[in-house]
Design a protein around this ligand. Structure first.
Ligand SMILES: CC(C)(COP(=O)(O)OP(=O)(O)OC[C@H]1O[C@@H](n2cnc3c(N)ncnc32)[C@H](O)[C@@H]1OP(=O)(O)O)[C@@H](O)C(=O)NCCC(=O)NCCS
Length: 172
């Protein structure tokens, strides 16, 4: 590994074993969430060379179940760096070993923050996108960063003023 670009990416493959199953015999959502968090941690910590914590997670949506016996691959990359935060995008695929078929399970985004020994945010190396794919992901991550702020503000408004907002929605 000799440059920024290699340190930005991380791939992990895990066999789904019976201890990860829920009552329906499929893989427990929490097992996947734990793996996602570990991958996001490893990717961001390795890129920044720092201890990092999970600030937020978006778009974890289980459109399809993951099954025991499948090989699940997590492909992570740092898409964007702010001052102390990094957006890590993770693409998840599941492979049916005997059928040799693979499907896309989800793509989600973690915001990880580099912190010092007192838990205070500190700066991370700035990543400069150079390829068209990196530039596209950087721009998309910037838009999501803005969107997160809007959602946070909107959620706060909904929590504090549900009656007013609900009345506004029903006005003709
Ligand atoms: C992460 C933590 C240190 C940040 O502290 P803070 O006082 O909010 O720090 P800041 O306001 O400077 O924000 C830090 C970064 O997070 C970003 N951020 C803030 N709110 C955010 C949100 N809702 N979603 C995504 N990113 C957010 C900021 O934009 C900033 O990024 P930047 O430095 O790249 O611009 C603090 O919130 C914390 O310790 N959280 C708990 C983390 C943790 O324990 N996670 C595991 C849960 S079990």
């Amino acid at each position: 590994m000799d440059d920024d670009h290699t340190f930005r990416r991380l791939e992990m493959t895990v066999l789904m074993t019976p201890d990860m199953a829920n009552f329906a015999g499929r893989v427990h959502g929490g097992s996947i969430l734990k793996l996602l968090d570990q991958v996001a941690y490893a990717c961001a910590a390795r890129y920044s060379g720092s201890y990092v914590v999970t600030m937020s997670v978006d778009q974890v949506v289980f459109h399809q179940a993951v099954h025991v016996g499948e090989l699940v691959t997590f492909m992570a990359s740092v898409n964007y760096t702010g001052y102390s935060s990094m957006e890590v995008g993770i693409r998840v695929t599941a492979e049916h070993i005997q059928e040799r078929s693979e499907r896309h399970v989800m793509t989600c985004y973690f915001t990880m923050v580099a912190v010092d020994e007192h838990g205070k945010p500190h700066s991370v190396p700035r990543f400069t996108p150079t390829t068209p794919v990196e530039e596209r992901r950087w721009k998309a991550a910037q838009l999501r960063r803005q969107f997160r702020r809007e959602i946070e503000q909107r959620s706060l408004d909904i929590r504090l003023h549900p009656d007013e907002l609900s009345a506004e929605r029903h006005e003709p």
